[in-house]
Design a protein around this ligand. Structure first.
Ligand code: AMP
Ligand code: ZN
Ligand code: ZN
Length: 459
């Protein structure tokens, strides 16, 4: 009996110890937050005290090179899969699938078929036994690979930021019945909404929008502090794309070039997707010379660097407007004062990334990173095996406290410095040697002499 009791106690202690060790070994929870349409240079243009406080204690990536097309859905799916749009299949806000003959629009996005070419982190992390949450993130209320995150809410733009944060912190904390989630993704519609309405060049309106975004970051930090999560979670704040100013003086009217009977329109601006209905070559020729601020590509000729070709949902012809130009069918009405979706090499299309938490270096900044690199970074933070992806840890590694990392400019500076010093010493030595009287050169005999016979030391 006594032996049984002793064994029972030992078992309990053992189980408790194992759970404790497992808890200590498990990595910090990760919270990924996206503020839609946060152009990188807003950080320099507007005071963002709460965001600045966050990255002064952590890291800042000043610009992220995002994926083409620089729209909300493609880029949010890239952030959580590490894939270019052609590889994850969410190629635009409006799509047509020639295999299933289905149409996609961001307000009608719940058919899993569109999302099933990839697995977002909130799904793949379930395979490692983690619980996950996704709050309003594009795709989060869709059943992908027959699953959803452990916690999510159906998309509803009426749900306030405070309500979203309240749910996310509750899910991260867990309760007696269920452990807290290891990974949570949180989405907010601003400053994208204001950028479209007022244009990013409107200082007054955008400073108000950015103040509200920063207040929300303050609210998030204070909620994390109140709940005791702040010191133990890694938090990563980023965005999907930037924004550029449009103008009624920069309109491209497609009807001026081609009658609409000639094609089916899948998506319009700033990247138009077209299925020719009549002679494709003739349709392409007309579009190719349509406007000097719009480039036309046949699908096989879309540049490699855009990673926007190898998918059935890329249509036979695409048109790409130059920065700030808007493609319309007809008329002189400008639909939006600000827009995005343009070439992802344009700085105005780039967002930023800031992070802080136990795994990050403190007060460290780098100028740029690819947005597809964020996925492998998050997998590393969560000790998860990444799915095949287009990102790399090469640059992102430097953001982590536990990684030793060469600072390339510093290393180049050190090497140049050492070389300069050696050159100076050599020059000085030669100068001093040349100034000694001829008889007082003690090392002269040690110089290599080709003609051995002449060397009295060898005789
Ligand atoms: P866009 O500016 O066209 O690239 O898309 C931004 C818009 O996408 C936002 O203003 C939202 O209305 C919408 N949106 C964002 N997340 C979701 C979501 N999870 N489900 C449906 N629509 C969304
Ligand atoms: Zn967006
Ligand atoms: Zn937008």
């Amino acid at each position: 009996m006594l032996l049984k009791m002793l064994l029972g106690v030992l078992c309990c202690v053992g189980a408790f110890a194992t759970e404790n060790i497992a808890e200590q070994l498990s990595p910090p929870q990760l919270l990924l937050v996206s503020f839609d349409g946060f152009r990188a240079d807003y950080l320099r243009r507007f005071p963002m005290p709460n965001l600045k406080l966050l990255y002064s204690q952590g890291i800042l990536v000043e610009q992220l090179t995002n994926v083409f097309i620089t729209k909300t859905f493609p880029n949010h799916y890239s952030l959580v899969t590490g894939l270019y749009a052609e590889s994850h299949g969410i190629l635009a806000s409006n799509m047509y699938d020639p295999v299933s003959h289905e149409h996609f629009h961001i307000n009608n996005d719940s058919n899993p078929m569109w999302w099933n070419e990839a697995r977002p982190l909130w799904i793949s992390a379930l395979d490692s036994g983690y619980k996950t949450a996704a709050m309003m993130w594009p795709g989060s209320d869709v059943t992908i690979g027959n699953r959803t995150a452990t916690h999510f809410l159906p998309y509803n733009p009426q749900v306030t930021f405070k309500q979203r944060v309240g749910n996310v912190t509750k899910w991260m904390l867990g309760d007696k019945k269920e452990k807290g989630v290891m990974f949570a993704a949180l989405y907010w519609e601003e400053p994208d909404r204001s950028g479209h309405i007022f244009g990013p060049d409107n200082d007054t309106a955008m400073s108000q929008a950015l103040k509200e975004v920063d207040d929300n970051i303050g609210l998030l930090i204070s909620e994390l502090k109140t709940t005791g999560l702040w010191d133990r979670v890694n938090i990563l704040i980023t965005s999907d794309h930037g924004m550029t100013q449009c103008s009624a003086q920069r309109l491209i009217q497609l009807d001026n070039c081609l009658h609409p009977d000639n094609y089916t329109l899948v998506d319009l601006s700033p990247v138009t997707a077209i299925i020719p209905l009549k002679d494709p070559e003739a349709v392409f020729k007309l579009l190719d010379k349509c406007h000097e601020h719009m480039k036309a590509y046949k699908k096989p000729d879309i540049p490699d660097r855009l990673h926007y070709r190898n998918n059935d949902r890329v249509q036979p012809i695409i048109l790409i407007a130059d920065e700030g130009w808007t493609i319309v069918l007809r008329g002189d009405e400008l639909p939006r004062l600000g827009d995005h979706g343009y070439d992802n090499s344009l700085p105005s299309m780039h967002p930023f990334m800031a992070a802080s938490g136990p795994s990050f270096r403190q007060g460290y900044r780098i100028s740029s990173l690819q947005s597809v690199d964020i996925y492998p970074l998050m997998c590393k933070l969560l000790s998860l095996p990444p799915q095949p992806n287009n990102g790399t840890m090469t640059r992102a590694r430097c953001l982590l406290a536990a990684e030793s990392c060469w600072d390339v400019p510093l290393v180049i500076g050190l090497v140049v410095g050492v070389l300069l010093m050696l050159t100076a010493i050599t020059v000085l030595f030669r100068y001093l040697s040349s100034r000694r009287p001829p008889g007082s050169r003690p090392f002269q005999r040690l110089q290599v002499d080709d003609d051995d016979d002449d060397d009295p030391m060898l005789e």
